[in-house]
Design a protein around this ligand. Structure first.
Ligand code: CA
Length: 278
């Protein structure tokens, strides 16, 4: 038995391989649907990751800012604690200082009490002096009382200073003690003052410094009386070597007569004030 081969195509129309091919569009849609869900899921996850990353960055910045603020607060707290410690030390030192000075303050208080007592004694002595002055003036009407160390004559008190000053400073000192540099109007006043002026010089309230004309310290004009001046005075001498200006201020010389000197010269001085009735 032979096997015959022939070229006749077999009727294989029912064969599987001869089935109609699946359309291409259907396959693409199938693959598209197959990858759609994973793709969308991946995209959502990616977006979530991006959002979380951005959120994490903001959170990190906020945390960094909080950390910085906490560090600054810590430094401020440390500074405040140091300041508190320093203040406490100062208070402690002050407490010791006050306690140390308490004894001294007590001593000062005692000294003030003693001064008060001395002041009361001084007033009593002044009253006694006033009575004595009145007795020595034979109870002259109008004679008042003068402070201690001031001399009483008629209705005035006179202070013959122990220390020297320039004419201007002497004037200011008298003005600061309810008085003025002495003004001599009468022969009695000249004679009274002159008895204290022996042996030294005293400024009196006479000057031509302000206007170039001699006037008393209360600006009343001085009437020239050569008898009251040393011979040849006032000479407005300029060879004194004491700076600009000539001799513009008057003083009592050893014999109680006047001479002009440069006002910056330091001399003792005479203050005058009204006596007070007690
Ligand atoms: Ca002179």
């Amino acid at each position: 038995m032979t096997t015959e081969y022939h070229d006749e195509p077999e009727d294989d129309s029912s064969s599987f391989w001869n089935k109609d091919p699946v359309p291409l569009s259907i396959s693409t849609a199938y693959r598209f649907r197959r990858w759609l869900f994973p793709g969308l899921t991946s995209a959502v996850i990616l977006v979530l990751i991006i959002i979380m990353a951005a959120s994490s960055a903001r959170t990190f910045n906020q945390l960094w800012s909080l950390k910085t603020n906490a560090a600054n607060l810590s430094e401020s707290l440390s500074a405040a604690q140091q300041l508190t410690k320093d203040t406490a030390k100062d208070v402690h030192r002050l407490k010791f200082a006050v306690e140390g000075n308490q004894d001294q303050l007590t001593s000062v208080s005692e000294a003030l009490k003693q001064l008060s007592t001395l002041d009361a004694i001084g007033r009593t002595v002044a009253t006694l002096k006033c009575s004595l002055d009145r007795f020595m003036n034979n109870g002259t009407v109008g004679v008042g009382c003068c402070p201690l160390e001031w001399e009483t004559f008629e209705t005035s008190c006179y202070l013959f200073s122990k220390t020297p000053l320039s004419w201007d400073r002497a004037r200011d000192w008298c003005n600061g003690h309810e008085s003025h540099l002495v003004i001599l109007n009468t022969d009695k006043e000249w004679d009274f003052v002159a008895q204290y002026a022996t042996g030294t010089f005293f400024w009196v309230g006479l000057s031509d410094e302000r206007t170039g004309k001699w006037e008393w310290v209360n600006q009343t004009p001085y009437v020239m009386n050569r008898r009251r001046w040393k011979p040849g005075q006032p000479d407005s001498w300029t060879g004194h070597g004491l700076g600009p200006g000539d001799e513009d201020c008057a003083h009592l010389h050893f014999d109680g007569r006047l001479n002009d000197l440069h006002c910056s010269t330091r001399l003792r001085y005479i203050c005058q004030r009204h006596s007070q009735r007690n």
